[in-house]
Ligand binder design. Structure first.
Ligand code: HEM
Length: 505
């Protein structure tokens, strides 16, 4: 009897183990099938995945290009707990940007969520985002609004030119000047006359942005508990943000009071500034969902973040490339001096005539896109691309920096040759996927015109008013062109040049 019982237990155990084994095999098979169908990529480590491959001291978009040269134009990495696809070819970018992905992933900065992500850059796909983005394109950053800010650009530029004029023969830090210039233009366009301490606001916004970048990093870590590492940073970020919040709240409320008293335009030249536009939209109810002060602050933050550094970095990279390429500088300068000859002020319409300068800017954006990896997108459903499966909620990054330097699309890609765009239909408005400095598809940058106008205006005036050179003893070919770390790609070293007022050399 006892032997019978024992064999029964033994058989049941055997059956149980076989059942578990079968289950495991099925699970493993389904996992490997999925793995097989995921895009290729390097082996990851348990827990951290491929993070160590990205934290190797090199800039992430450089490492990602190297990986894509090894594994192909679409690769899969696991960054901590985040499954990520990286795309590095024009063909794959077209699939991703044009067809499927418009949603941004919800970031995971623990409790560091400002304004509930109701801004345009971070808000996930949905009606609120769609309506707000429409307002942004049709109203906030429309050509009419950009034109209405032209007096602000003129005033800020004239103070830059005057300050350079007072320093003939001195080394001028152009990086500092233009970081400040683009921030001032953005701040004045957003807040109009209703800003009592502009310098303080700009400095605080810059602080928030620089602390925030630390959390972008934290976002990639395997678990939120790693955030404790950033605790010091977190309290600094929260404090800086709280101060900006108070300033912005006051600015919005002052706009509201002025509007209630019949003054609908608080802009500098009497028209609307960007906050007026948002308040008008809020009153009209055209966004569908009610807009609160919180939402307005979120959008203003987008303008500061999107508007300032991207444009100043393009101005500075262009000046650096021009100083390294004297024949391009001479050609651009000749054109600017012919077109602007005898004009007292620079008008936005003059930009239309500066055909060569436009090619110069395009070439700068190809080699130095300020946003080298487009803002992350997320698959809202399982998708297949090029025979590979992209599971739902996978993060997708497009390496536009790598695409802009790919010899498959560009002859002599590392050289600065604006003429490559002469008689070429390739533009950067999201139709040609080999040139994507502003992204493409439903998430394409809504501030393109604003940004390009600030960049074009600044460069035209710099080239018109001054001749530029490097300090004695520095050879143009030796100019350090290393890229710095940060949300946007600026030069690692500030660009310092000597200016000679035109006509006085
Ligand atoms: C040279 C100047 C600029 C460059 C190169 C640039 C580039 C970009 C890029 C690459 C994106 C991501 C697009 C994508 O993921 O497909 C973006 C998004 C964005 N940009 Fe710009 N930008 C510039 C200027 C501006 C300006 C002046 C503003 C506003 C004042 C602005 C506001 C935004 C906003 C709000 C988004 C988020 C759009 C969304 O997620 O729907 N940008 N920009």
């Amino acid at each position: 009897m006892e032997t019978q019982n024992l064999s029964l237990i033994f058989i049941s155990l055997l059956l149980f183990i076989s059942f578990i084994f079968l289950l495991f095999q099925r699970w493993n098979n389904s996992k490997t099938t999925l793995k097989k169908r995921l895009p290729p990529g390097p082996w990851g480590l348990p827990f951290i995945g491929n993070l160590h491959q990205l934290m190797n001291g090199h800039l992430p978009y450089h490492t990602l290009r190297n990986l894509s040269q090894k594994y192909g134009p679409i690769i899969h990495l696991r960054l901590g707990e985040i499954s990520t696809i990286i795309v590095s070819s024009s063909e794959m970018a077209k699939e991703i940007l044009k067809i499927k992905f418009a949603s941004r992933p919800a970031l995971m900065h623990g409790d560091i969520v400002f304004y509930n992500y109701t801004d345009i850059g971070n808000f996930p796909w949905g009606d609120y985002w769609r309506n707000m983005r429409k307002v942004c394109i049709l109203e906030l950053l429309s050509s009419k609004m950009v034109k209405s800010f032209s007096s602000i650009r003129q005033a800020e530029m004239s103070s830059v030119i005057s300050s350079i004029n007072t320093m003939p023969g001195d080394l001028i830090n152009l990086s500092d000047k233009f970081n400040w210039f683009t921030s001032c233009v953005t701040c004045r366009s957003v807040c109009g006359k209703v800003v009592h301490d502009q310098d303080k606001l700009i400095m605080l916004v810059k602080d928030v942005m620089s602390f925030y970048i630390g959390f972008e990093l934290a976002d990639m870590f395997p678990s939120r508990k790693w955030l404790h590492k950033f605790n010091g940073l977190k309290s600094k970020l929260m404090k800086a943000h709280a101060k900006v919040d108070v300033l912005l709240e006051n600015i919005i409320n002052e706009h509201k009071e002025n509007r209630a008293n019949g003054k609908k335009g608080n802009g500098e030249s009497g028209g609307e500034d960007l906050i007026d536009v948002l308040l008008r939209v809020m009153e009209s109810g055209e966004v569908g969902t009610p807009i609160t002060n919180k939402n307005i602050k979120a959008v203003i933050f987008d303008m500061f973040i999107g508007g300032a550094e991207t444009s100043s970095s393009t101005i500075i990279w262009t000046m650096a490339e021009l100083i390294r390429n004297p024949s391009v500088m001479a050609k651009a300068q000749l054109e600017v001096r012919e077109v602007l000859k005898g004009k007292k002020t620079f008008e936005d319409a003059d930009l239309e005539e500066l055909k060569y300068l436009k090619l110069v800017i395009k070439e700068s954006l190809r080699l130095h896109p300020p946003v080298p990896l487009l803002l992350p997108r997320e698959s809202r459903e399982e998708t297949s691309i090029n025979g590979y499966i992209i599971p739902v909620k996978t993060r997708v990054l497009v390496n536009v920096w790598a695409i802009g330097r790919d010899p498959k699309y560009w002859h002599n890609p590392e050289s600065y040759i604006p003429e490559r765009f002469e008689n070429s239909s390739v533009d950067f408005r999201g139709n040609h996927f080999e040139l994507l400095p502003f992204g493409a598809g439903r998430r394409i940058c809504p501030g393109m015109l604003f940004g390009l106008t600030n960049v074009g205006h600044s460069l035209a005036e710099l080239l018109y008013h001054f001749d530029w050179k490097l300090p004695d003893g520095v050879n143009p070919n030796d100019l350090d062109m290393t890229e710095g770390e940060g949300a946007t790609v600026s030069r690692k070293a500030d660009l310092c040049l000597i200016a000679t007022p035109f006509g006085h050399s």
